[in-house]
Ligand binder design. Structure first.
Ligand code: E4P
Length: 220
């Protein structure tokens, strides 16, 4: 399973990249606003300088020509840019036009398997169902992931399911088991995946025992 980082914060991207586990990055207007510093294009260029994996850049326009021209401009930033297009009637038109032009897209703000099926048919390269935001309104986000992953598998679509709006490591594991090919994680969830209280306690114990043993052997 590929793991993307869901952020526009450069230090976070550098850190996870240095662990050797970063497959790509997703950004959106909210994440860009939270990161601060530089234009969106500058931030995207910097991210693409760190990872050669797919980097999703989200369009803001809500008319077809606007989406197409923003998306085409983003693709000039780096070869690994993927155009993120929100699910809508116009969004589907844009995704199918981008597909005809050989431009990879990530259909975002998917909240049902039906929407995901349409995005796959339009030619989206990535499908981003938002699991956490559905859980937040007391719906089973993971059920949508299971349904969409099964549809993609059964019907042989080339699109990949990307588990988005991830809140905790359980979302990543359940998404992987459901057959999603990608998950995009906030930095905090990457850290949560690294650590376990027994691992951290075990490291401290080994260090303490080692120091004790070295001190004892020096006395002999
Ligand atoms: C990813 O591409 C999405 O933009 C992101 O996962 C949304 O997550 P949120 O629901 O935490 O804002």
């Amino acid at each position: 399973m590929k793991l993307f980082l869901d952020t526009a914060v450069i230090d976070e991207i550098r850190t996870v990249h240095s662990w050797g586990v970063l497959d790509g990055v997703t950004t959106n207007p909210t994440l860009f606003a939270m990161a601060g510093g530089g234009s969106y294009e500058q931030v995207l260029e910097e991210i693409c300088g760190i990872t050669s994996g797919p980097v999703s850049a989200e369009v803001i326009a809500d008319d077809l020509e606007g989406i197409l021209s923003e998306g085409r401009a983003f693709t000039k930033i780096a070869p690994n840019i993927v155009i993120k297009v929100p699910m809508s009637e116009i969004g589907l038109s844009a995704i199918s036009r981008f597909a005809e032009e050989g431009i990879k897209t990530n259909c975002t703000l998917i909240f049902s398997a039906a929407q995901g099926l349409l995005a796959a048919k339009a030619g989206a390269w990535l499908l981003s169902p938002f699991v956490g935001r559905l859980d937040d309104i007391n719906q089973d986000g993971m059920e949508m992931i299971r349904e969409l992953a099964a549809i993609i598998e059964i019907h042989g679509f080339e699109s990949e399911v990307l588990v988005a709006s991830v809140r905790h490591p359980r979302h990543v594991i359940d998404g992987a088991l459901a057959g999603a090919g990608v998950a995009t994680l906030p930095f905090k969830v990457f850290q949560q995946m690294v650590h376990h209280p027994l691992t951290d306690k075990g490291i401290e114990q080994f260090k303490a025992d080692w120091a004790k043993a070295v001190a004892e052997s020096a006395k002999r």
